[in-house]
Design a protein around this ligand. Structure first.
Ligand code: NAD
Length: 411
């Protein structure tokens, strides 16, 4: 599988959409951002594993034409631009991309390149599957009970960036305005806005329910703090039930409905809701009762990392940011700059993000091959430093060796 420049890619290798359905050619062009710091190491390992799985599963029937696009430090060094227009145009044109971690530029007005990508492409669903691999060191007693997929709303909530500094003119004006509405905010407060819309909430819950139906998951839980924030998080929950009932009536049943008719629970995707703080408790005490979580932005941020820690942490947690047409698959950890170019860190997060990308493309057989080989490599205790130091009798391997062993284990 080759690395091509954009101008060599023909129309036949581009992903297209017809009536809302994605059409993926067998020889498909996928842009990649290798990432900063340890990015090149984990990308090299990931590319090898993804290519081996395609070859093994589909012989020569399917192929990826990789198109490198620049972002982060590499883009700045070469083009004096952290996120070049050409990169954005290419991702927009090819629809599906994969990326390593990117350095957050200090100064220069860019808050985070990842946030910028999500906003520019309106990637409103952040998807984080959380699954335990046997043998991975975990801080909890039964990590194998965790098998969840979190759908986190990615564009609204307190992440909207509408915040005013304490004592600024804007904060004072807003406090005065709130006073005119009958609300007292202590003078000198910093103030922020938490917008949550019907459109934003419904499209996120819709994606979560579609995923549950397609993947035969039994339950979608709406996680909110609506008991306190009635018109934002409470509304998220109401809109979630509304989209479930209006668009998926034949395939779903609400918890309330199954209380009346328990038989519905075994036939349909169950929709329930939980208050966020109780969700944190229950994911520790009885995680096996949950399956797909649909959450507003902040709850999802906290929950994804807390759940990832339960199954062995950062180095192996994959993720995707998805919109209506464009999807970017990415390592969820940062650039770990102190280990750059040492062939040392765990490439698991990016490899498993590649598996998510295969599922998205409809190439799930190749994804399954990787997951099985990955699981086997862990049970053989051939692992990178982050896991080796927590396991007994494990063999320490480099990033590249870990990839090679996964490929051997595909046999
Ligand atoms: P980090 O994730 O890079 O590192 C946190 C800790 O986790 C470190 O101890 C590191 O050694 C370890 N770690 C991270 N990835 C690992 C892996 N694959 N295998 C083994 N150990 C791993 O977080 P940070 O130090 O806060 O951030 C460094 C840079 O990355 C910053 O510029 C930050 O803005 C950026 N960042 C980018 C992303 C992204 O691109 N998605 C996410 C988070 C942080």
């Amino acid at each position: 599988m080759s690395i091509e420049t954009k101008d060599k890619i023909t129309e036949a290798s581009k992903i297209t959409f017809k009536d809302g359905k994605m059409i993926v050619p067998n020889k498909v062009a996928i842009p990649f951002i290798e990432g900063d710091g340890t990015g090149p190491d984990i990308w090299k390992a990931t590319k090898k594993v993804l290519e081996a799985a395609i070859k093994k599963t589909y012989k020569n029937e399917k192929e990826i034409l990789w198109v490198e696009v620049l972002a982060g430090q590499k883009a700045f060094d070469e083009k004096k631009d952290w996120l070049p227009k050409d990169t954005l145009d290419t991702i927009r044109e090819f629809k599906v991309a994969i990326k390593g971690p990117l350095t957050t530029p200090i100064g220069g007005g860019i808050r985070s390149l990842n946030v910028a990508l999500r906003q520019i492409f309106d990637l409103y669903a952040c998807i984080r599957p959380i699954k335990y691999f046997n043998g991975i060191p975990s801080p909890v007693r039964n990590p194998e009970k965790v098998n969840l997929t979190i759908f986190r709303e990615n564009t609204e909530d307190v992440y909207s960036g509408i915040e005013f500094k304490s004592n600024s003119d804007e904060a004072k004006k807003l406090i005065d305005f709130l006073k005119s509405l009958g609300h007292t905010v202590r003078a000198g407060s910093g103030v922020g806005i938490k917008p949550m819309s019907e459109l934003g909430s419904k499209r996120l819950v819709r994606k979560a329910i579609e995923y549950a139906i397609q993947n035969k998951k039994p339950l979608v839980t709406l996680v909110h703090k609506g008991n306190i924030m009635k018109f934002t998080e409470g509304a998220f929950c109401e809109w979630g039930y509304a989209v479930a009932k209006s668009e998926f009536r034949a395939q779903i049943a609400t918890e309330e409905e199954t209380n009346i008719n328990p038989a519905l629970g075994s036939e349909k995707v169950l929709i329930n809701d939980r208050i966020a703080d109780s969700m944190f408790q229950q994911l520790l005490t009885r995680p096996d009762q949950y399956s797909v979580l649909a959450t507003p932005n902040l709850n999802g941020d906290y929950l994804s990392d807390a759940c990832a820690a339960q199954v062995g942490g950062l180095g192996i947690a994959p993720g995707a940011n998805i919109g209506d047409e464009i999807a970017i698959f990415e390592a969820t950890h940062g650039t770990a700059p102190k280990y750059a170019n040492q062939d040392k860190v765990n490439p698991g997060s990016l490899i498993l993000s590649g598996v998510m990308m295969f599922d998205h493309l409809g190439w799930s057989e190749a994804g399954k091959l990787i997951v099985d080989a990955f699981a086997k490599t862990i049970t053989q205790k051939k692992v990178t430093y982050d896991l080796e130091r927590l396991m007994t009798d494990a063999t320490l391997v480099k990033t590249s060796e870990f990839a090679d062993i996964i490929i051997q284990n595909m046999n």
